[in-house]
Structure formats: C-alpha cells, structure tokens
Design a protein around this ligand. Structure first.
Ligand code: HEM
Length: 195
C-alpha cells in the first residue's frame, strides 16, 4: 500500500516537474490573467462619436476610455454633451469651457483641488459605464504605461486629497462662524455646530 502511495506521489512530482501547471488558470479552468488594456489612438477614438456610420459611442477622461452608449441621450448626436463624444476633454469637466479650445486633455492648469474633482468624474465613469481601454498620447504611452504627464496629475491628486482632508479637519475644529450688526441689537456672533 505504502509502495503504491509513494509511487503515486512520485508520478505527480515527475508530472509537475516536466509539465508545470499554468497557475494563472483558476480551478474552474478560467484564466486569471488580466487582459492587456486595449490601446486606442486619438484618431481611433474619434471614430466612436456616435454619429451615423460611427463605430460606437465612447469618451475618454484622463486617458481612460469608456463606452457611454448607455448615456446616448447625453452623448449621442443631439445630446447636451455630444461634444465630449469620441475624445478626451478632461479639462472641460472642470472648467465647463465647451468651446473647441476648451475641449482638451491638457489639465496642467488645474489646481490640486480641481484635480480631485476631476478624479470624482473618473470615479463616476467607472461606476456608470464600461471601461474599454486607454488612449495613447497625453496620459498613456504606446505600451499602455503612464506618461510623465499622468504621474504629475497623480502627484497633484495626492496633494489635493491632503488639502481636502486638512480643510475637513479644520471645519471640525473651527466650525464656520457668522456675525451681524444692527443698531437695536448691536453685534451678534454665532457659530454653526454642524460641519
Ligand atoms: C463644469 C460644468 C458641467 C459639466 C462638465 C457637466 C457635465 C455633465 C455630464 C458629463 C453629464 C452626463 C452624465 C451622465 O453620463 O449621466 C451631465 C448631465 C447633466 N447636466 Fe451637466 N455639466 C456641467 C454643468 C451643468 C449645469 C450648470 C447644469 C444645469 C444648469 C447641468 C445640468 C445637467 C443635467 C440636467 C444633466 C442630465 C441629468 C440626467 O438626465 O441624468 N450641468 N452633465
């Protein structure tokens, strides 16, 4: 019996040595490998503006591409935000400048707190729409790695988050106060007890 057991163990060992298992494949047989991101050039992305004959309806924010077909009423032809379709207009999410020059992915003019607000939009798209890939250019290079510009935006995000946390903490310590003056009552100062 012991000989059989030893023999079986030995066979498994030999099999593993000569035919190493692909550990990236899960027990159910499904692959655990993360699919490489789909990379789109700016001109690829422009083919997804939802116009007749286009390939679909996408938009990008901070170089991340989302399929916004579900929001066709906003982004499709005739929609109030159609100008965002088929492009990365990250800056306009904060400035509200929807002119041609405002619809740009150059966000270097944003303050750290504005960058935090831009990432709130990015979270919104992750929650509401399907992420389909990355745009090669401003934020990702041709291998899908973050560019220097993205690293700078991320540094600004970290600074903005710190500032936001500080300001929240100060609001707890120093609740906002108000004052008024009237000839009958004189000066009156009162502070909010709420954040
Ligand atoms: C920086 C300025 C603004 C930006 C970047 C912006 C952007 C957007 C975007 C991207 C959507 C579509 C969201 C989705 O996919 O569901 C949206 C929806 C909408 N926005 Fe704006 N918006 C701005 C200012 C405004 C202002 C000032 C108003 C009103 C006076 C407004 C009213 C609306 C309304 C009513 C919707 C539709 C909500 C719905 O039907 O679900 N937006 N906005």
């Amino acid at each position: 019996m012991l000989r059989y057991a030893l023999g079986a163990c030995l066979s498994v060992l030999v099999a593993v040595l000569f035919f190493p298992p692909d550990w990236s494949v899960g027990w159910g047989g499904e692959s655990q490998k993360v699919a490489p991101a789909r990379l789109l050039s700016r001109s690829d992305l422009s083919l997804y503006d939802g116009e007749k004959g286009s390939r679909g309806l996408y938009l990008a924010i901070l170089g991340q591409v989302f399929d916004v077909h579900k929001g066709h009423k906003h982004y499709g032809p005739g929609g109030g935000y159609h100008f965002m379709a088929g492009k990365d207009s990250s800056l306009a999410f904060i400035t509200g400048d929807f002119t041609e020059s405002g619809l740009t992915d150059d966000v270097s003019s944003l303050s750290p707190l504005e960058v935090v607000a831009l990432y709130d939009w990015l979270d919104f798209y992750h929650k509401e729409y399907q992420h389909v890939g990355l745009v090669v250019g401003q934020f990702y290079d041709e291998t899908g790695q973050p560019t220097e510009a993205l690293l700078e935006v991320e540094a600004s995000l970290a600074e903005g988050q710190k500032l936001k946390a500080q300001s929240e903490a100060e609001k707890i310590l120093f609740p906002p106060c108000n004052s008024e003056w009237s000839s009958s009552r004189g000066k009156r100062v009162w502070c909010s007890t709420k954040r």
